[in-house]
Design a protein. Sequence first.
Lengths: 697, 697
Amino acid sequence: MKELFKPRNVVVIGASREPGKVGHAVLRNIIESGFKGEVYPVNPRADKVLGLNAYKSVLEVPGDVDLAVIVIPAQAVLDVMEECGRKGVKYAVVISAGFKEIGGEGIEREGKLIEIARKYGVRVVGPNCLGIIDLHTPLNASFASIPETKGGIAFISQSGALLSAILDWAPKAGIGFSKIVSLGNKADLNEVDFLTYLGEDPETKVILLYLESIADGRRFIEVGSTVTRKKPVILLKGGITEAGAKAALSHTGSMAGGITALKAALRKAGIIQVSSVSELFDMAIAFNSQPIPAGSRVGIVTNAGGAGVVISDLLVSRGLKLAEPSRYTVDYLRSVLPPVASVYNPVDVIGDAKADRYGVAIEALLRDPNIDSLLVILTPQVVTEPEETAKVIVELSRRYPSKPILAIFMGGGKVEKATRILIENNIPVYDMPERAVTAVLGLSNYRELRELLTKALEYVEVFDVDKEKALEIIEEVRRQGRRVLLEHEAKEIVRSYGIPVVPTKLAVSEDRAVEIARKLGYPVVVKISSPDIIHKSDIGGVITNLKSDDEVAEAFRTVISNARRYVPTASIYGATVQKMVPKGREVIIGATKDPVFGHLIMFGLGGIYIELFKDVSFRLAPLSIYEAKEMITETKAYTLLRGFRGEPPADINSIVNILLRVSKLVTDIPQIVEIDINPLFVYEIGAIAVDARIIIE
Amino acid sequence: MKELFKPRNVVVIGASREPGKVGHAVLRNIIESGFKGEVYPVNPRADKVLGLNAYKSVLEVPGDVDLAVIVIPAQAVLDVMEECGRKGVKYAVVISAGFKEIGGEGIEREGKLIEIARKYGVRVVGPNCLGIIDLHTPLNASFASIPETKGGIAFISQSGALLSAILDWAPKAGIGFSKIVSLGNKADLNEVDFLTYLGEDPETKVILLYLESIADGRRFIEVGSTVTRKKPVILLKGGITEAGAKAALSHTGSMAGGITALKAALRKAGIIQVSSVSELFDMAIAFNSQPIPAGSRVGIVTNAGGAGVVISDLLVSRGLKLAEPSRYTVDYLRSVLPPVASVYNPVDVIGDAKADRYGVAIEALLRDPNIDSLLVILTPQVVTEPEETAKVIVELSRRYPSKPILAIFMGGGKVEKATRILIENNIPVYDMPERAVTAVLGLSNYRELRELLTKALEYVEVFDVDKEKALEIIEEVRRQGRRVLLEHEAKEIVRSYGIPVVPTKLAVSEDRAVEIARKLGYPVVVKISSPDIIHKSDIGGVITNLKSDDEVAEAFRTVISNARRYVPTASIYGATVQKMVPKGREVIIGATKDPVFGHLIMFGLGGIYIELFKDVSFRLAPLSIYEAKEMITETKAYTLLRGFRGEPPADINSIVNILLRVSKLVTDIPQIVEIDINPLFVYEIGAIAVDARIIIE
């Protein structure tokens, strides 16, 4: 994307002479941003725009064109794109609105736009976007004002308005950007393309995303997991609640994926999710200048006991650990701080602390191997020295570059200068404890996610599966025009993937039922078989514990007649006969297909408690062994399985094995949109699927 | 407290001539705050301080003294308090440190200070505090700078340093204070005293508290519930996690109550709890100027789709409702807004909206009865008119004074003037969506809590209890030097409070066991009876389903011999014989005594799932019928009790009845520190306590 962010030249198609027009603002911004390449305004009704020679068309511009910015009414964009194509333009930023977002003819127009662009190989940003900015080039090819400072934060936003507000707000918050991209309708280039590029961009240290939709879930995960090994990616996803998704729909017509699938996807991609704009930037400024901590143990130095208490509560309630300083640090601090100071964590240097006392405490904690990151709180009191203390922090941060330091300078006028000193010297500074806690949580989460990536992505291949057999059954079901598999068909597929299944056969007559029962060995269970009856027990369609030929024959007649009586319209295939097995601990394993991210595997406690407590966990396929284990251990069911109140532990490895096989099954055969093994009985040794249900596309 | 906040005169004991000294700052602050009464510096080594005649001692000051501010070394404070007493000083603000907070001699000194003050009837703020401020008097009797603007927000803080930071930060956030109190060590006046006064203070609209400890939990609830009927009270409680409590301990030596008890107490008191300083003030500025909404349905007007999406997500995930505008509003908006605008909620007036279009949309939503409060989001785009839009909001807010309006003006320089206009005209304004969501959540929560107060505090008296009987049993247990009651004793107490109990008698011999069993009727259960054996089943101390005299006799021998074998040191009282009852749905009811707030009643699902899922709810005694019902309905057990999967519903009223009786029991007999009815079997009609355990002080 060099020609997009660092083009040799830029053509502004629709460059206007009238201030207040978007086409004027874009040209002016490019010039004022200090862009060093050539700039060519295109305007058929002007000779000069903003002092530059204007051209009637992009075709008249001399030489090859790297980047065209298009700011003309939607109706004219297709013709202009054709011209750009013929000219060999490499990138086009289409700011113009009037495409997919207005529905109807807009959708059609967007389709044609991309068709033309593809024909000529022009890559398109937008349409319906704010533009792109590269603070390092420098180039502001947007109609937004550019922030004052450049830095390492890249921001990719699917909302232009949000972006313009943030660009206006950024200077006061001390935010330094590298690149800013307004995605618009994402007709061609989308978040995955920019993630790929920014992942390799040496000017970008942290990537922020605001997205309402994710174009290609699988590629997003793939690219995400590559990029996050190198640098942090933080996502604010709009539309995570039903209300938000509805708002997003009326906004850009995006399809919002399920929230559970999103969470699972972000975990696999190593991406941090936040829920507000403040969190996005509170984390970003820490990532921009601070190293990643080695652990989650946080040290605190404060001159206000109350602030220390509040921040301790926040840290712990958000899952971080209050560090325990080493014996040496405690003794040392006791020998140098006043007697009423607190030498444990938070270290309270008390209200009359000047900069030197802060320095002593900060350095002691920075040297302590028990502390992974440091928060320094200052409240302006009578003798406090905010500026001097800021300088001490800057100095110590340089001397101990491997530990993150975050400053919390609470107050207004009295800490203003000190805050500026910290910002200018690349120390993240916050006015409230909670903001710094968010930031240190981000640093710590990133470290964990990165570690997880290594573990979670070690896949093992499951070999001994009979894919042919499974496909054969599905083919037959499809041939019969069904989407819901019968129980014995679902079980046959499950078995073909090496998952132990209670032997189950379809009987179409009483005699056959008895024959099967004899072969399986008594006792057996008889169940109605019909794709139209899902809750078989409710209509008297299941009879258990049958111990003789007569009982089986009678049971066969009963379930058939019950089904005919209660669901007269049901198409009945007969009844299945299956072996009774001893009761094990009941769990459930299943999978559903998310439209954006693919198959989501579920594990949970079975029986009535699954409905009551929703004690379930999710991961996206394909599963690694590590992920399958995590799925089990993060549920409360794990406590039961491990052996609760003196019971022997259940065979957890069997469950892991079955999870991996289900993952393999839905990955091999993506037409499966739903599968449920419920219940799976787990024993001290082994486990067995007692019932199975599969729905195909 | 008129003489504290609006005194006729103030004496500053320890008024210093040296700038930089606290005693100098306090006197200067009083003078500069514009205080209209007399000010008398006391300084034995000066004739004049800051141009005022100085006195050698408070005794020399002419006339009666309302308020003395003491800023001298701790060692001299006791003598000075004695003088204040003799002079008849009404209130003393003791800023001096060196008391309880330093431990040892400090604790003793604080004790003596209060002894002297009580002797003379001097009421004391502090010691170890920042002072007090009344912006309306005006009087700044503290060593902190005073904020510029007065308003309706009162702030009571147990941390002086946090207070000084907030006073410095307040002007930029547009915070207008009424009164500010630094509590210090709370040796005499504490949060309850100030709550009482501020509840009646016409200058105060909302009361903010930062507390690390609560001096008297029962009075706090009592006073709180009275005050919150009139105005909102918001609490930031420090020390709610173990880490925070530890930090608070090293800070002021306060005892932190349990978090569960705190939550229950705040609910009873109608007090809103927040977890950060930002939340405290984000809510406060809304309460300061806006009416309480009639419901929790929120309307949104935005010129940025993305911001609308983000705020919808935040609103819904924090429990608020996105309003559904009436058919009329939707039709009207469709007729007046541009076709691409969204006329549902959030109403997106789109990027090119000027002030007039905002006005149309805002007014439509303000008139809509389906909308309880309104959020207006503005992002600065090319043609946006921030100042004009601000004026439109101000104007409409005046015309529709019964609905709260909160503004979110995102950005920096471009919205600065507009933000000022809003602040000056009493419209709460935020720079980020999440801050406004916190505020509207506060408004909405307050409304709910106030409604709850009316319902939750309708107590019914439970009459038919035999308190004498219960006290007799406890007296006997105490006489025997025990704290743990035997099962039959605990059951007898429970029964004396009208709770159905499985008939249970203590047998001291085989013969007696058989005799009891015959009277109760077979089948019966035999259990070991020993205060030293809590988990009776684990040592083979329980034998169930005994159907004959012989079985009972043998069971008696077995449990006694098992107890002797496995717990040789246990003192054995014999064995209890109780009737076998049919199994009902198992729940648990209990109570523990919180050191700060008193008895906390618990209800939850019984059986092994209580340990696994912690499906329990809590309320403080005394319980109202409404609270008892809430306790049941907020658990997941409720789903089971209501009749899950075709089961008949259980007798919920019986549980309510038993909860009220347990509440009555622990209120009548506060020496009970722990009681457990576990399990309680609940049937279609009725419920019965199968086991009971009581521990006394």
